[in-house]
Every structure is written in C-alpha cells, then in structure tokens.
Design a protein around this ligand. Sequence first.
Ligand code: GAL
Length: 852
Amino acid sequence: MATMGKPLSSLLSIIIFLYSFFLFLTLSSATNVTYDRRSLIIDGQRKLLISASIHYPRSVPGMWPGLVKTAKEGGVDVIESYVFWNGHEPSPDNYYFDGRYDLVKFVKIVKDAGMYMMLRIGPFVAAEWNFGGVPVWLHYVPGTVFRTNNEPFKYHMQRFMTVVVNLMKQEKLFASQGGPIILAQVENEYGFYESGYGEGGKQYALWAAQMALSQNIGIPWIMCQQDDAPDPVINTCNSFYCDTFTPNSPNKPKFWTENWPGWFKTFGSRDPHRPPEDVAFSVARFFQKGGSLQNYYMYHGGTNFGRTSGGPFITTSYDYDAPIDEYGLARLPKWSHLKELHKSIKLCERTLLNAEPTLVSLGPLQEADVYADTLGNCAAFIANMDDKNDKTVEFQNVSYYLPAWSVSILPDCKHVIFNTAKVGSQASVVRMVPESLQPSLVSSSKLHGWEVFVEKSGIWGKSDFTRVGFVDHINTTKDTTDYLWYTSSFYVDESEDILKKGGQPVLKVESKGHALHAFVNGKLEASASGSGSMSAFKLQAPISLKHGKNEIALLSMTVGLQNAGPLYEWVGAGLTSVQISFGNRTKDLSAYNWSYKIGLEGEHLGIYNLDGSNSLKWVSTSDPPKGQPLTWYKAVVDAPPGEDPIGLDMIHMGKGLAWLNGEQIGRYWPIRSSKNEVCVQQCDYRGKFLPDKCMKGCGEPTQRWYHVPRSWFKPSGNILIIFEEKGGDPTMINFSRRKISGACAMVSEDHPSFALDRSHNEIHYNKRGPAVHLTCPTNTKISKVRFASYGNPTGSCGSYTLGDCHDPNSFSTVKKACLNKNECSIELSEDNFNTHLCSGTVKKLAVEAICS
Ligand code: GAL
C-alpha cells in the first residue's frame, strides 16, 4: 500500500482542520429562526419583539447609525425596512445599490448595533412611495399587469426578488447565515385587492408565496393583510389596533407589521397627529391579547427626497409624527413614553411567552389578562377600554385606578409600573431658527448674488410631437420628469369683435391630474390642482386675449404617482378638455392640434447637476426677479453654522424643485390647507384613532421646511438650485436650524413610580416618589423656568395655566433645582412642596423650561 509522504499528510490534516474550523464557525454563528403558535423562536427561545420601520432611502447613510442607535435606546429590537425596487433597478437590468440605496450597508449597521432586521422585500410596497415601489418602465413592458398572474410581471418580480436575496446571501445577512435578518416579507397587503383581480389574483398570491419560499433563505416569510397566506408563510396584521387579530392557523404567532404611530401628509391638507397615550394603549392591548411582535410603521419616517414620493400629492416630508422626527431627533414625549412602555413589556416577556392567559372581567369595559406560569411568575395587563370614563377596579383584592382608554402593566401582578395614559416623560419644544443664506466668498457670484435662468413658456427648442387632441401625461413622460407642456394656438377674429361683446374670456380646463399652470401669450394666467387623493380637477379663470393669434401653453404636472389601489398603474394624468368661453359662446380647443414638449429646458441641460450648473444659461444679478414664473435660481452658499439639522424655508416661494450640490432635496410647495377645516388645540387621546382625529395646521402650509441633510453640505461653496414654477421671492429663502429650545413635563402624584432593580433574575420594586425630570440638549442648560406649578395646573407644553390650587413656592423650588443645569429632577414630595394643599385633589407638577 502506498503511503503518503509526510508533508502531504500534514498538509491534508491542516486542510481538514481548517475546513472543520470554518464549518464550525459557520454553523456556530448561524441563528436558528423558527416559530410556533406563540412567537418567533430564535435559537430555541421564544421572543417578544419590538420593531421599528426606518426606510433607508428616506434618510442618508450619514444618519443611519444615529437613527438605529436612537431606536435601540428606545427599546427597539428589530429594524424593519421595505426594499425599494424602483430605486434599485432604475432601468431594466441596471442595478443600483449605492448612496441612499446601499441596502447592504444599512443592514450591516443594524447588525453592528446588535439588532435584528425584518426585510419587507415586496417588491410592491405602497409606502406612499412613487408607483408603490414598482419601476415605471415595467408598466411599459408589453403584456404586463402589476400584481396579478401574468408572465412579464412575475418574471421581473422574481428576478428582482432573487437579486435582493442573493445579495443578502452573498453578504451573509440572513440569520440562517449568522446575519441579522430574521423575517422577510413578500408582496404587501395584497389581501385587500386579491378578489378584485379574480382568479388571477388568487393564483398570483399563491405563486408569490411559493416563489418566496423557493428562495431558501432559512428564515420565516410573512405576508401582511393576507388571510389566505399558505403555510408556512405567516399572515400578519396592519392597522391602528391589532389586538383582535388572529392568524390563519393556530400554529402561527400573532404579528403586527404596521402600527401607524401617526400618519402621512398630502400637499394642501392638514397635519395629522396620533397621541402617544393612544399609541401606547394599542401596543399594550396587542401584547395583552397574545401578540408577540409589533412594528411601528414608521418609527422614523424621514424624507421623500427628489421625486420619490408617491401620490398623488404626498409631501416631501414623510415625518409621520413618528417617534423619531424627520430630522432624526427623538420626538418627545412620544419616543420616551414608548421607551418606558417597551421596558415594562419586556419585564413581562418570559411570563407572557410561557404561560397561558386567564381573562378576568373587571367591569363592562374593564378586563385583566393574567399570565401565571408554573414557577410562580405572574404578569398582568389591566385595561379600561371605556373611551370616556376613568374607573377604579378591584383586581386580586387590590384597587387600581385606571384612566379612560388605558392599560396598566403589572409585571408581578401587583405593582403597576406603567399606565399607557400617564405620560411622565418630558416634551421638548422644537423650533426652526432661521439663518439667512450666507454667500460663499469662494463663489464666482458676487456677494448676495444670484444667478438666474428664466425659461420661456411653452415649447422650448423643437416640439417633441404634435397631435390632434390630448395624450395621457404619464404615458408620455414615463415619469422621467414632472412636467409636460401642452401647447396650441388659436385666432381671435377682429371682425367678430367677441372680445368686446362677451366680456372677459374665461379659460376652462379639465385635467385628470395632478396640477397645472396656464400661460396665455407668455403670461401665467392661472394655476389649479387636485387635492387629497382626488387627482382630477378643473381650472376656470378669466384670461386676456388679443386679436389675431393667441398662444396657449399649459404646463401639466404630476406630483408623485399613484402608489396603491387595484390596477393603480393604469391611473392616468393630464388634460382632457380645454375650452374658452366668451359670454355665452364657447370655443372648444380639445380637438385642435396640440404640440408637446416633455420636461423643462433646465432639466434637459441638467443645470441642477454639479457639472450642468455651470452651463452658460445663467445670468448673474444682485437683484433676482421676484414673482417670476419658470425661473431657475442658483446661489453659492456656506453651510449654516453648528450641527443642528437643517430645513430649507420655502414659505415665500410658490412651487417647484430644489437641489443642493446636485443632491435632490425634493418638491417644494408651501400650499396651505383650508382654514375652514377642523383642527384641534389639544387632542383627546381617548377613543379610536383615525388619521383625521387630531389635525393641526389649519390654514397653514402643509410643508414649509424641506430637510437638507447635513452630510450634503461642505463648509463653503455649496450650490443651491431652485426651480420655481409660478413665482416667489428667492431672497427670503433661508436655511433654518432645527433646535430644541426647551423642555416641559407634567407629572401627577399618582404616577406609577418604582425604581426597578434586577438581582438574581428577580425584580425588586422600590417605591420612589413621582418626579419631573428635565434634560436639555448636550452643551445647553436650563436658562429660564417659564412655568412651574404644583397644584392642579392644566394645558399642554407652551400653554400651561395655573389652576385654583397652586403652591406659591413652586417657581422658587423648581428654579433652585434646575437653573443652570443640563438636567434636573424635582420630586413631588413633602420636602419640595406643600403636599397638604387642597386635600382630596390628586396634585400635579407642571414645568416649562428654556434651554440655551
Ligand atoms: C399600508 C401600507 C404601507 C403604507 C401605509 C400607510 O396600508 O402597507 O405601505 O402605505 O399603509 O402609511
């Protein structure tokens, strides 16, 4: 028998050793993710998970680590994001995974933070994102109907899904490979529309599930709002409340993929707010009723940069009233109230997941769910679902006071450590502080100088085509631009003299959407737009005509493409009728010859790009035109000082697009909501929430400030470019710094307040007096106490008022504890206040302080 030479055998043993070592490493770093009827099971352990939606392209890579860290500090375990197909595949087979679309980098940041990831690949996502995330080019691939059973759609969907999955596999990002991704989603809320697509809908839903499973990613798949999700795909709930949801099989856990802690905005409408007490109530009820994974959609909404917003009319801001605001700052008290909630729920985790609940009725609208295991652990959630009345209930021989519409959490069935309606954490006062634009000295333009390029109305260069009647706007631009010119001309006969007889002519236009500026003989005569979800609109306005030839140039605009709904990709836009009436006579121009031009001249020249912005079209001036339509403005400016986030203040402008250093800030349009709609001063958190329940901002611009990420700025020489459609005053544009200028809190004597220590896996409850805690941003101090009252003050931050019970020493006590400090705590104790005051009243301490 031949024997191996010594060197060869030792080489082989080294190879075998290395192979087994790597195999060991791979296997040992893999995380096993499965589920049972109760929860996800990670490496053999049931898990109760708090998840947070942060969409990577809605911020910038420079913000990602901070956002993820703030989520982790807020008690979040999982980061969720959709995958944005149209950002990743801008044209067929041409993939982009860089910049704001660097998905791998984002997932690795989540991994490095020690958190899990839920990847909702879709690739249809809705999400108030342009075209629901599906690339516009796919609509023009022959034979394609989105989201139903046809080859071209399924082919492209599967191909993109596979690209994403392979990228994640290659980077070992699935938990089965040791990565952070523990759940993946295919499709999105298809259940709402499935029946509308007939047999094809059913087949498609099944195909989507099977196609996803065939990707072999080693972790569970979910489908949200999909009652017929086939095993083993988990169907999940999306709503403002999901406590009554049950999955479609007793073997699947109860997951909530979208809890909306606020809502999105559309240009021209009011600003929705969801009170933190109600968000907390919904979450507590969900876990009370056996839920085990809850995701905030959105936890950080961010910004629809460029033309990524869906629609029509979704604003550039996607702030969403989320726990982290658009600019990346924790929104207080929402963020901190939910943080307290998460901590309290987590204390119950093991008991909740390993004991069966017993429902105890405590009144007509009051109930407790008690989880008691065989080891003697007990956790209880006590709820008062009455949306008006507070109630005191008896639970296990103890009385508990429950505010209306609230849940108390008792991790040991005895101590209330949290009540969803009692917000003890501070609110912050946030202001946008204007900083006028500072022209850069390095700039070639003179001090305070602007460069200007005014486009002509109508066809610039040559028309793209001429045709009788109207084309569909979206089918023509294919969304390469918002803008499409419809131009025509007509004669007013001198002999007819209709101009005199009929009075002033009136232009009447009908459009399927979304907005329009009407120019007659080079002059902007009128503008109109749809609103809310109604993209169609009519324009009717008096115009001036002349004898002889009159030129009519109608600039039709899209403001974000439809992002959801059955057959949404077929919804059109653009003109359907144009008439001019002179008294009782009407001239119908609809069947005239119309010449078309796609996009603006400045867009074709790319003058917003860094290289294009030097194009020869610019004219320098120290006195830029105001109220001038179709105007491009350029300024070279310094970065605003400091580190605060920046918003571009466009209140003095009309409508258009903005860029900084070639980066797309997005659409601006400070259109106001109607004064006559209903807005609330103070929101009553009690009762079921719907988006129009707690509106603010009646009569104000829906969006005044436009986020410009800090990382887009250089210290000096920043090129700001604005395209203004209808006319504004560019000299009034400023960068505003988002600053936390103060802190408020109102805490009552009966606020749950225990200091919890954990030792040897046991929790000790040490009674501690309730207290107001205030913290100013780093490097600032409490410079003034604006309000302090121990007694029965009312109102909310910024508008606290004294009640008829007030300790006159309140101010001096609070000042003594807080002035010139970065943070302070004031206990509601006898040492600090006259606690004997107005006996019988539950007293509160309200404080408003200024940070500087
Ligand atoms: C859901 C949808 C999300 C988002 C949300 C509203 O129905 O799944 O993508 O559009 O509504 O913000």
